[in-house]
Design a binder for this molecule. Structure first.
Ligand SMILES: *Cc1c(COP(=O)(O)O)cnc(C)c1O
Length: 371
């Protein structure tokens, strides 16, 4: 099947900017930024770009943040044709505002779009949307250590039509939400629940796309994890229930005694930019990296024999979260050894150092948003 979803060539990207007359006052904004939490507060503006089969991407706008008008028959509400991204804007010591590898997010959003039979937003439009929002809402990027402005691009099927086919009308949006330091008072390793009754994504399914449906499918197992005193859920492959995949929203990395990093390869996991960056930093330090199918039992036996010494989850929101133990419904749990100097934390330090402009950006990963 060929879908005519390619961007229109040489269309001018002129954003129409409408200022929010009811924007928060500087005092209100500062009060929020003093303790922003995560995902609870939103900036004064949002970006909106329309797509239609006939007109391609058009009408790029920056407008006041607020509710979206949706026809009750909008396809997304029925068939979940939706994709999203997540990245952060970081304030450097000199006040400048940067983001991290946004081209990788743009490319991933294009891959997600392809899988969900949606139009691909060109990278240039994606990058421009970030800059346009920062141009009006730059004051929302917090200044304290380890804080950031979380950027949430997303797109969904807006066409009012109950037939089942790719929508002919789609909208792209970008909203932003200030985020506090994830770990206050030191990093605490977490307990993870191994889901044996549910899979997150199936072979040939949408696991490699960043789409809301994958999250919807993870909520029930995630609730099971909470009931069992765990912070997160770990999924295995859907076919054999043997191989490691990932957590609900974070990738998994194991560390061997000899310093080798192990991470699952699978067509049904979401390839994180955090994971890719951490593996690169480890390679730069001379660590070996193995990306291949890894059985849950290999992890368990590796810990028992002393060969596997660390395990951690990684993703944009928390960056790195060390894993203390895996709990299971049977007796196949794993208790990770206590570690003094975690490689995970040292890599986290280096990665956040680059993001906040404290460590040299050897790979050209930073992208300036306020210039
Ligand atoms: C977004 C996401 C990740 C992490 O990706 P990053 O690019 O590192 O933020 C991992 N798993 C899932 C399911 C995700 O949606």
């Amino acid at each position: 099947m060929t879908l005519n979803l390619l961007p229109m060539a040489n269309q001018d990207l002129q954003f129409q900017v409408t200022r929010n007359e009811n924007a928060k006052s500087p005092e209100e904004r500062e009060a929020i930024l003093a303790n922003p939490g995560f995902g609870q507060h939103f900036t004064d503006h949002m970006v909106d770009i329309c797509w239609s089969e006939k007109g391609g991407w058009h009408r790029p706008r920056v407008q006041p943040y607020g509710p979206i008008q949706l026809d009750p028959a909008a396809a997304v509400l029925h068939y979940a044709q939706e994709i999203f991204e997540g990245l952060k804007a970081y304030r450097h010591a000199d006040g400048s505002i940067w983001t991290f590898r946004p081209e990788a997010n743009a490319a991933r959003m294009q891959r997600s779009a392809k899988r969900l039979a949606m139009p691909e937003l060109p990278t240039e439009y994606f990058l421009d949307s970030l800059k346009q929002l920062i141009a009006v809402d730059g004051d929302w990027v917090p200044t304290q250590d380890e804080t950031s402005l979380y950027l949430r691009p997303f797109a969904f099927a807006k066409e009012a039509f109950l037939g089942v086919r790719p929508a002919k009308k789609v909208n792209y949006y970008l909203i932003a939400s200030p985020a506090g330091a994830y770990f206050t008072g030191g990093v605490t390793p977490v307990s993870i629940w191994l889901s044996t009754s549910y899979a997150r994504a199936a072979h040939g399914g949408t696991g490699a796309a960043k789409t809301g449906g994958n999250y919807a499918a993870s909520l029930l197992p995630q609730a099971e994890a909470y009931e069992n005193g765990c912070a997160q859920v770990l999924f295995l492959d859907s076919q054999e229930g043997r191989y490691l995949e990932e957590l609900g929203g974070m990738n998994l990395i194991l560390v061997r005694k000899d310093g080798t990093l192990l991470t699952p390869a699978s067509d049904s996991i979401l390839e994180g930019i955090t994971r890719d960056s951490i593996l690169q930093l480890a390679k730069d330090r001379g660590h070996a990296v193995e990306q291949r199918p890894i059985a849950y039992d290999e992890w368990r036996e590796g810990v028992a024999s002393g060969d596997i010494v660390e395990a951690f989850a990684c993703g944009t929101a928390a960056v790195v979260t060390p894993i203390a133990e895996i709990k299971t419904a049977d007796d196949r749990g794993i208790v990770m050894p206590e570690v003094e100097d975690r490689l995970a934390m040292s890599l986290r330090e280096e990665l956040t150092g680059i993001q906040y402009g404290r460590v040299e950006d050897r790979h050209g990963w930073l992208y300036r948003l306020d210039a």
